[in-house]
Design a protein around this ligand. Structure first.
Ligand code: 5GP
Length: 208
């Protein structure tokens, strides 16, 4: 029988091209995880599905959600807005899921500051060269965008050690997924112990 563990927010960040989406998809296959679908003002890439990859919305719609306090966190990434909607998170935590947020470091920092029960994992590439090769291989970004994304990756990696609970190097996919899953399980077991000892598991945000 599966362990009955409390819900938790799992933040997965890392530079573009490091494999966050692949790792997130593998975690979803394990079971017990649910993935947050962010809102974004970015245009869909080829093959992306509205409501699955993102909710693609206008800047006006984004501002409305943000101003109504309906986003847990939000950030501007390379010229576009991104944010995590609140309502599905509440439901997922109630259903005792590990709720996956694949977001940038600025978003991770906001989540951390809000006091949710969370595990923040930063995925790092084995080397800078590897990251460049993966980005080029993807071929979805212009040269200028690639340069911007690489500059951002440097900045994110510098900040990550201050914000994230763990930095996991994605050298081998299976090992990386296993490692992240174990970290999440350990965090949830710790929460359960706290819960059993009578501690509060309710996020500050949900107490009102
Ligand atoms: P992309 O445009 O390549 O899908 O995503 C660009 C960056 O935005 C990635 O680092 C991704 O993790 C981040 N991102 C996606 N959704 C969100 C979100 O809801 N909030 C924040 N803060 N970042 C996000």
């Amino acid at each position: 029988m599966a362990e009955d563990l409390p819900g938790i927010l799992v933040v997965l960040s890392g530079p573009m091209g490091v494999g966050k989406t692949t790792v997130a998809n593998r975690l979803l296959e394990i079971g017990g995880y649910e993935r947050s679908v962010s809102v974004t003002t970015r245009a869909p890439r080829e093959g992306e599905v509205d409501g699955e990859d993102y909710h693609f919305i206008s800047v006006e719609e984004f501002e409305k959600l943000r101003d109504a306090n309906e986003l847990i966190e939000h950030a501007q990434v390379v010229g576009n807005w991104y944010g995590t909607p609140k309502q599905p998170l509440r439901e997922a935590l109630k259903a005792r899921k590990a709720y996956l947020l694949v977001i940038d470091v600025a978003g991770g920092e906001q989540v951390r500051g809000k006091g949710y029960n969370s595990e923040l994992v930063f995925l790092a590439p084995p080397s800078k060269e590897e990251l460049v090769a993966r980005l080029e291989g993807r071929g979805t970004e212009s040269q200028k965008q690639q340069t911007m994304r690489l500059q951002r990756a440097d900045m994110e990696m510098e900040k990550a050690s201050e914000i994230y609970n763990h930095i996991v190097v994605n050298k081998d996919l299976d090992t990386c997924v296993e490692e992240v899953h174990e970290l999440v399980l350990a965090a949830r077991r710790k929460l359960k112990e706290k819960q059993d000892a009578g501690g509060s598991l309710v996020a500050p945000d949900q107490q009102h």
